[in-house]
Design a protein around this ligand. Structure first.
Ligand code: NAD
Length: 503
């Protein structure tokens, strides 16, 4: 019942949820709203049921914020803003470092909580918690390096002095697929830059965010600096916050469709926006690739989070010479994965988030098969409770199949054969999205040339993973605006102030 780093005994007031199996090790996760000084039940008295995707049953419920609760969170964030912005960077960094350590110290039950409410397999959940913690460590290190610059104006005389100031109260909206990491990827740089925030997690997975919120409180984040609201009315509550002039920043991760709506909402007060949106990642394998390395990379790029990742390889373009061996090995590796409840220690492919996700995957697979794809593995929803879809491989996918254009967001690998590398580049770039792309070749010169020609914010060359808290993560085209992670992620929460000086 204690957090080792702060030494404080956690006693969350109000309604709480204890992670089953971790009653002694975990603290009760608050299921109310975090507004200012602490946890409040919300003004509407309504609750949102949280489902276990592995069974379809109800885990617990969380408070459902009204517009009035959203405005209370904004009041709290505004009230804390000046004090937090004036807190010395070193003091902010010390708190962020404590947040990092507290999350790491609680990794086991946090992973269990993610596996429960999101459905992902425990190794994925554990990996996410550690990844989520790393944003606090990285931004603790960055908080004391918000360097401006000074130069002599070209005409002489005037000095151009530039200083980066906190942008102000920030609204952070996150999706369900990485309920811890998408929150910390925004909270940590916001706090490092000196901003206060309101986090609005996804309706499907609020418990993880609430647990992180309690950890941050216990680690010493002052009242009002981080506020967390869950709501069944995200459009109403978020629009009200965005249409209030005190809000100066929107950082959103989610679908391109919702991103477009939010950009319009942010336009009323000309609010600065960072947008991490959908993807449609191509995975190119050239004849000269190291086959085993390409398969290992493919398994990570496709199967991390059972394919429920914006960076997930959506389309495999494989050159003719290596194609038969690649498909055969991919089928063998994917077929060896054990599907099951995320909380089952043996599971490697957990449940999808909900029934709608299964319906979408089924529709895309059926369309591809109707257009000539050959099902080499899986391809059929199992009977029984829970939202499961098996690891699947579709070979010889035709170019008009919908799953080459839309995010599958599931454990389905769609494989296309190509002969000419120029065709592969053209097909890879033929999409409205531009988040992540993957290339496997042993010819580094050609790999780097391809990386430059792929219209993506991130290219993994002989790697199946791009995510790194120290690297600028983000997309081009309709995959988003701005970057998260690295030094870039910090600057997203600042404004450049130019001071013209004569001396
Ligand atoms: P979503 O867009 O449906 O929802 C994301 C968040 O937006 C949720 O918190 C939701 O409540 C909120 N929301 C929905 N409508 C809203 C509105 N009108 N106003 C304000 N908020 C609103 O996305 P999702 O289904 O939760 O997540 C999956 C999507 O997220 C995929 O497209 C995936 O590619 C994308 N994603 C992108 C990244 C990235 O870094 N680029 C990372 C993870 C997920």
């Amino acid at each position: 019942m204690t957090l080792t780093t702060s030494g404080a005994t956690v006693q969350a007031a109000g309604s709480t949820y204890l992670v089953p199996g971790f009653e002694a090790a975990a603290f009760p996760v608050p299921t109310d709203l975090l507004v200012g000084e602490g946890w409040v039940p919300g003004s509407g008295g309504q609750r949102i049921d949280i489902l276990d995707p592995a069974t379809g049953g109800v885990l617990t419920s969380v408070a459902d914020a009204t517009i009035a609760d959203g405005m209370a969170a904004l009041d709290a964030a505004e009230a804390a803003a000046a004090g937090w912005a004036a807190t010395p960077p070193r003091a902010r960094a010390v708190i962020l470092q404590r947040c990092f350590q507290a999350i790491v110290d609680n990794v086991d039950w946090l992973a269990q909580l993610i596996a429960l409410e999101n459905g992902k397999a425990l190794p994925d959940a554990r990996g996410e918690v550690l990844y989520a913690a790393e944003f606090f460590r990285w931004y603790a290190e960055e908080a004391v390096r918000i360097n401006g610059d000074i130069s002599v104006a070209p005409a002489g005389g005037n000095r151009i002095m530039v200083q980066y100031q906190p942008i102000g109260v920030s609204l952070l909206i996150t999706p369900w697929n990485f309920p811890a990491a998408m929150a910390t990827r925004k909270i940590a740089p916001a706090l490092a830059a000196g901003c206060t925030c309101i986090l609005k997690p996804a309706e499907e997975t609020p418990l993880t965010a609430l647990a992180v919120g309690e950890i941050l409180r216990q680690a010493g984040v002052p009242a009002g600096v981080v506020n967390i609201i869950n709501t069944s009315d995200p459009a109403g509550v978020c629009s009200a916050i965005l249409r209030d002039r005190r809000t100066r920043k929107l950082s959103f991760t989610g679908s391109t469709e919702v991103g477009r709506i939010l950009l319009r909402e942010a336009s009323y007060n000309v609010i600065n926006c960072s947008m991490e949106l959908g993807g449609n990642a191509p995975f190119l394998v050239l004849d000269d690739a190291d086959l085993d390395a390409a398969i290992d990379g493919a398994m990570i790029a496709k199967m991390r989070n059972a394919g429920e990742a914006c960076t997930a390889a959506n389309r495999f373009y494989v050159q003719a010479g290596i194609y038969p061996a690649f498909v055969e090995k991919l089928v063998a590796k994917m077929g060896a994965l054990k599907m099951g409840a995320g909380t089952d220690a043996a599971s490697q492919c957990g449940a999808m988030i909900n029934r709608a996700a299964i319906d979408k995957i089924e529709t895309l697979v059926n369309d591809a098969v109707a257009k000539g794809a050959s099902v080499r593995l899986g391809g059929k929803t199992p009977e029984g409770a829970g939202f499961f879809y098996p690891p699947s491989v579709l070979a010889d996918v035709s170019l008009d199949a919908d799953l080459l254009r839309e995010e599958i967001f599931g454990p389905v690998a769609a494989v296309v054969k190509f002969t000419d590398v120029e065709d592969a580049v053209r097909m890879a770039n033929d999409t409205e999205y531009g988040l992540a792309a993957y290339v496997y070749t042993e010819n580094m010169k050609r790999g780097l040339q391809l990386a430059e020609r792929l219209d993506y914010g991130m290219v993994a060359l002989n790697r199946g993973l791009v995510s790194d808290p120290a690297a600028p993560f983000g997309g081009v085209k309709q995959s988003g605006l701005g970057r998260e992670g690295g030094h870039h992620g910090l600057l997203e929460f600042t404004e450049a102030k130019y001071i013209a000086v004569n001396w």
